[in-house]
Write a protein that binds this ligand. Structure first.
Ligand SMILES: [Zn+2]
Length: 254
């Protein structure tokens, strides 16, 4: 959870906002936009494959992406392998296959997601340590996960946003329309600024989503109070919105 440990400054506020949103699965995907602005976004369908609804889970497994999560994992693995080779750290079996196998397993914390979905969020699942009790190796695995998180943003999320903006232009959805719709026509009730409710919400979110990972991580807890996450509060009903079932047929081992 390195991403949450940095202090929040103007410079990294943008990154922190992304990290929080990706962690809670509330990046502005079509299902969420449809709920937020049904007048502008009539369906939650994925504009790339035009087949399934676009949930947070789907972003990373859509078959119409230009860069696939498998490509990212393999590129990041090469990097890991080079670093281990450099320090002469040898593993006498095909640990690339072992890592892929684990990343493809069902996640216990991402609803209908895989362990690679956890990695995209920046969560280091300890099974990825392959039961190797070595600090250097564990640090390298943590960087491996961080690289997956960074590359997924850089190559997959930005690409999807680019395609989505092009789609919006084709639909005639302008910035002004988005602004006006957000202000006056949102289907979400305004939640006001009730401090007590807000604190209950924060504690709910922490327990539900970050539970056992963050139990003892004070820095991660503080982010809720220190970072400008008004967006989360405003869309509080969306945080309980659960992703789809579509990842059940997806595999990175094919
Ligand atoms: Zn799709």
């Amino acid at each position: 959870m390195k991403a949450f440990n940095d202090e929040n400054t103007d410079k990294n506020n943008f990154d922190n906002a992304y990290n929080v949103k990706i962690f809670l699965e509330i990046l502005p995907v079509a299902t969420l936009l449809n709920k937020r602005n049904p007048e502008l976004y009539e369906s939650g369908r994925c504009i790339r494959c035009n087949y399934t609804t676009e949930t947070w889970t789907h972003i990373w497994i859509c078959d119409q992406t230009e860069t696939s999560i498998i490509q990212i994992i393999n590129a990041v693995f090469e990097n890991l392998k080079n670093k281990l080779d450099k320090i002469d750290f040898r593993i006498n079996y095909n640990f690339h296959a072992s890592l892929l196998y684990i990343l493809n397993e069902k996640s216990k914390v991402v609803f209908n997601g895989r362990i690679f979905h956890e990695a995209i969020k920046g969560i280091v699942n300890e099974r990825l340590f392959l039961e190797i009790e070595d600090k250097v190796f564990k640090d390298n695995i943590a960087s491996f996960v961080e690289d997956i998180h960074d590359m997924a943003r850089k190559f997959m999320w930005s690409e999807r946003c680019k395609r989505f903006i092009e789609w919006e232009i084709r639909q005639g959805i302008t910035k002004q329309m988005k602004k006006a719709s957000k202000l006056y026509k949102s289907s979400l009730p305004s939640l006001g600024h009730d401090g007590k409710k807000k604190n209950i919400f924060i504690s709910d979110v922490l327990q539900r989503w970050t539970g056992h990972y963050l139990n003892n991580d004070v820095a991660a807890k503080n982010i809720w109070y220190e970072l400008g996450v008004e967006d989360l509060w405003k869309y509080n009903s969306l945080v309980t919105f659960r992703p789809s079932y579509y990842s059940s047929n997806f595999s990175i081992l094919d």
